[in-house]
Design a protein around this ligand. Structure first.
Ligand SMILES: [Zn+2]
Length: 84
């Protein structure tokens, strides 16, 4: 906390300088699930749909295979588990 500096800065920068000191841009990753199932192709890399078998490499389900984010990821060959 440095209220004096803050006060002075605000006085100097009163021309089109709103919110210039907001630097809270750290990505928040709150996912706690391990990526293991994605890595070994047990689930879709994008939506997490589970497959009946592990592929041994990351895959996406057919629904996600048309997604831009799925570029470079192979499409699953095993069927999806439906209804868990
Ligand atoms: Zn998917």
């Amino acid at each position: 906390m440095n209220e004096l500096d803050d006060f002075l800065l605000n006085q100097q920068s009163d021309e089109g300088d709103s919110g210039a000191f907001e630097e809270d841009l750290e990505p928040e990753e709150t996912e706690e699930e391990p990526d293991e199932e994605v890595t070994n192709g047990k689930v879709c890399s994008l939506c997490g749909t589970e497959f009946t078998e592990e592929h041994g490499h990351p895959v996406v389900c057919k629904d996600c295979s048309g997604n831009e984010a799925a570029q470079g990821i192979k499409t699953a060959t095993f069927p999806e588990v439906i209804g868990g």
